[in-house]
Design a protein around this ligand. Structure first.
Ligand code: ARG
Length: 593
């Protein structure tokens, strides 16, 4: 319909404005009563040196209305178009039902690849809430890009390298326990890590205070001797940790053995989470993969005169760009997070020749990515301009404090997922009698919908409150509510034998028109979501669509009405579009609820 209007205006203006300019100008009026589309005449007024009111009037007179448009109206410098609703209804329903899961797809990404760096938890540490956001948002962005014809490579870039592994090895040697490690690796490793850090710190404090009093009290001297800490003090602990990481970087057998065990066990735990979330990756790689490749990057940076020495370390000076210094190599030769990201970007561009690479990572890493992108640009990589940090905000608890650190407790993802599944089960059990198998699978789908939608309904860069009780509700702006609307449409369709019957079009009711217009908006919504890399465009659309559908269903009886055949088509079209929307968000459209 927009296309029809575009052509009409283009023909009438005879080149005074370009097609793309006209397209950008066409808007949707704030109320249906003003029209379905409207063309503001203000830019033309400047060209023609006439008042916009007059131009709108003249256009109205000149334009010959095609069958798709039932009326026009010139008002306050706008030319408003009223679409022929019956015609729109017929066209859009046929299109949706015919194209089904392809409805709204574009091929702008044909033969092009987009890489998405997403999820990327850290080995031997709990799967964080930030990683959950990255997983959910990254997955939806990947779906949106695929819907627009791109080949998408989802990379899970594990944090499996860095000085913290030195610390972990030192800690594990002191506090570790093989059987506990097997039983619950992440919790155990996390405890070890925390304990080691804490102990080295508190012992340092105790030593400091004892040393102060040493001169006056001989007993303290013995006490001091008797503290046989993890290392003799914080300094030593840090040094020992650095040494172990150095060993790891140099391929020391014992260090590697520890690291491998930690990695394998952590991966197994992460696998469980991905299985529950139903998330897959094309590549699971990690920082360690670049251990042997960073030397090249360092040499290249040197050759390109970008590295400067600062107190024995090597940095790239980005002060000019207000980005400080990007640390590339420490005094002891150890490499850094940024060194690995620079190396990884070059490697991925060689491998995938990507059109764009998206990093779905929390906004707290903004400076890091700006530095990495700048360094790559300075190295002369033209494609650095196609690197995008798609940032997300924090999860907050109900008390609006950062969730991960609330009450000083660490939140374990597995616990959150289990709790959500239990809540979904309770809700289902209170409503239906289901077999055990059905209960399991439905509650999992619903829990996933609750968590995914609870996140994706927010604009990603904003902080959001993580409120599971609210997310799981079957009413309101929630994932389960959307699933429920879908299932409802499905059950209406199931009640009648699949009818291919032709339908007759009676005068359309307000709710029918609203639903048709909303269905018609789906392709544009997808495109917007792609342009802004923003799944919330789709989640907001889905919620509005569901609401409109439920209003329609309340006002317009389907089965047994004289409009039955037409309304069944409308329900079918709603069901198809809803399924596409849910799938784009990563949510299962379940047939029954
Ligand atoms: N593992 C990192 C963290 O948890 C996130 C990695 C993001 N991706 C990247 N290419 N740096 O903070």
């Amino acid at each position: 319909m927009k296309e029809v209007i575009l052509k009409l205006i283009e023909k009438e203006l005879k080149g005074k404005l370009k097609k793309e300019e006209i397209e950008k100008l066409i808007e949707i009026p704030p109320s249906d009563k003003m029209g379905d589309y409207s063309f503001p005449c203000f830019s033309l007024a400047k060209i023609e040196k006439k008042s916009p009111l007059l131009i709108a009037e003249e256009l109205k007179e000149k334009i010959q209305l095609p069958i798709e448009i039932s009326n026009t109206d010139a008002k306050a410098g706008y030319l408003n178009f009223f679409v022929n609703k019956k015609m729109l209804a017929k066209k859009i329903l046929e299109k949706i039902i015919k194209e089904n899961k392809n409805f709204g797809k574009t091929n702008i990404g044909k033969n092009k690849t987009i890489v998405i760096d997403m999820s990327s938890p850290n080995i031997a540490k709990p799967f964080g809430i930030g990683h959950l956001r990255s997983t959910i948002i990254g997955n939806s962005i990947a779906n949106i890009c695929m819907y627009n014809g791109f080949k998408v490579i989802k990379i899970n870039y594990l944090g499996d390298w860095g000085t913290q592994f030195g610390k972990l090895i030192v800690g594990y040697k002191k506090f570790g326990n093989a059987s506990q490690l097997k039983k619950d690796p992440i919790k155990h490793l996390y405890e070890v890590y925390v304990k080691a850090n804490k102990e080295s710190q508190s012992q340092q404090a105790e030593r400091d205070s004892l040393s102060l009093q040493m001169g006056t009290n001989k007993n303290n001297h013995n006490k001091l001797q008797s503290i046989k800490p993890i290392c003799s003090n914080k300094e030593d602990y840090e040094q020992e940790a650095r040494d172990w990481f150095k060993k790891l970087e140099n391929g020391d057998k014992e260090a590697l053995k520890f690291w491998k065990t930690f990695k394998e066990l952590s991966l197994k735990e992460f696998e469980k989470i991905y299985k529950l979330l139903n998330i897959q990756f094309n590549v699971i790689s990690g920082e360690s993969f670049y251990n042997t490749k960073m030397e090249n990057t360092i040499q290249e940076l040197k050759k390109k005169n970008l590295l400067i020495e600062s107190q024995g370390a090597f940095v790239v000076d980005l002060e000019k760009y207000n980005l400080g210094y990007c640390l590339i190599q420490k005094t002891d030769g150890a490499t850094l997070y940024a060194t690995r990201d620079i190396t990884a970007a070059i490697d991925r561009h060689n491998k995938f020749k990507f059109e764009k690479m998206i990093y779905e990572v929390g906004s707290e890493q903004k400076l890091h990515f700006n530095q990495v992108f700048k360094v790559l640009e300075l190295m002369g990589y033209k494609w650095a301009e196609n690197l995008i940090h798609v940032e997300h905000g924090l999860y907050l608890g109900e008390d609006n404090k950062k969730l991960a650190t609330r009450k000083g407790k660490t939140i374990f993802m597995q616990d959150i997922l289990d709790e959500t599944i239990q809540l979904a089960k309770k809700e289902l059990e209170s409503r239906y009698k289901l077999s055990k198998k059905e209960l399991e699978s439905r509650s999992l789908s619903i829990a996933r919908a609750a968590i995914f939608y609870g996140d994706l309904k927010n604009y990603r860069a904003n902080d959001m409150v993580f409120d599971i009780e609210n997310f799981i509700s079957f009413n309101g702006n929630t994932g389960p509510y959307l699933q429920y609307s879908y299932a409802r449409a499905n059950s209406i369709l199931k009640k009648v034998k699949k009818s291919t019957a032709k339908y007759e079009l009676f005068d359309l009711k307000e709710q029918e028109i609203k639903l048709i217009k909303k269905l018609n908006d789906f392709p544009e919504t997808i495109f917007k979501a792609y342009e802004k890399l923003s799944p919330s465009e789709i989640s907001n659309y889905s919620y509005e669509l569901s609401q409109i559908f439920n209003e329609f269903y309340q006002e317009c009886p389907v089965i047994g009405s004289i409009e039955q055949n037409f309304r069944l088509k409308l329900v079918e079209a709603f069901r198809d579009v809803m399924k596409n929307s849910l799938n784009l968000l990563g949510i299962d459209a379940i047939e029954e609820m």
